[in-house]
Ligand binder design. Structure first.
Ligand SMILES: Cc1cc2nc3c(=O)[nH]c(=O)nc-3n(C[C@H](O)[C@H](O)[C@H](O)COP(=O)(O)O)c2cc1C
Length: 231
């Protein structure tokens, strides 16, 4: 059963809480997999920390939710070499195939995803763009990420350093997969925006950390709502 059918057949309108419990009841033995991807070249720094905060908040929504962090820091991922398909692009094997793809696909594509990028000159990092371009493989032979709830997060050294623009860039790019773009709960309606004003101690950005949590909760709620029923 696909996500759309699952929604049509198992869910009724109501409060978020009742929707969530309905979905959970319908999926008794099914884990819901939410993957966070940190797209900073710096492993384990502010973006990765913020993504982990979002994932922890997502996990707390329901015991069935399992979370995984993919930290792209230190990995070598080239952007697409072009071509209508990955095969046409003749992409040399790099850390995307070796390190990232196995996690993304195993045991199945995620039920929800949070992508976070640093602000680099008011734009997503080159690593983030490369990662998103390489997700082309999930459009072949058919859209595999369709209807997956997708939330976005951005970190920057300035209070208004381009975070909202970057969130929009990530959301727009991911729409080619027909993902379900979601923001966060109140005060994080577009997504999570973090300000690295304390020498990489992002936990000190209380407002930003709260937006990361609210993003995680919203992605979790949406993933519960749209999760594929175990076959
Ligand atoms: C090349 C470069 C460009 C940057 N441009 C911006 C920018 O336009 N706006 C901003 O707020 N921060 C900018 N920053 C700062 C980073 O976005 C910020 O320190 C972020 O928290 C780094 O994430 P990380 O700790 O996960 O690596 C830039 C940093 C670098 C290295």
């Amino acid at each position: 059963m696909d996500r759309r059918k699952f929604l049509a057949t198992t869910l009724t309108a109501g409060t978020a809480a009742s929707i969530t419990s309905t979905a959970v009841a319908a999926q008794e033995d099914k884990t819901i997999r939410i993957v966070g991807v940190s797209c900073s070249p710096r492993k384990g720094k502010t973006t990765a920390t913020a993504i982990q905060v979002a994932l922890d908040a997502a996990k707390a929504v329901d015991p069935r939710i399992k979370t995984e962090l993919i930290d792209l820091g230190g990995l070598q991922i080239a952007g697409s070499l072009g071509g209508a398909t990955s095969a046409e692009a003749k992409q040399p094997e790099d850390d995307f195939e070796l390190e990232v793809l196995p996690v993304l696909k195993t045991p199945r594509v995620p039920d929800g995803m949070i992508i976070g990028s640093t602000s680099y000159f008011r734009s997503m990092s080159a690593l983030c763009k490369a990662f998103i371009e390489r997700l082309q493989i999930f459009r072949e032979p058919k859209l595999q990420l369709a209807d997956m709830p997708l939330g976005a997060l951005a970190t920057g050294a300035y209070r208004n350093g381009g975070q909202e623009l970057i969130i929009q860039e990530i959301q727009t790019a991911m729409l080619v997969h027909e993902v379900m773009v979601v923001g966060g709960k109140p005060r994080a309606h577009q997504g999570a925006t973090l300000w690295n004003a304390y020498k990489d101690d992002i936990m000190k950005d209380e407002f930003g950390i709260e937006t990361a949590k609210q993003l995680g909760v919203r992605v979790a709620e949406a993933a519960l709502r749209f999760a594929v029923q175990a076959s």
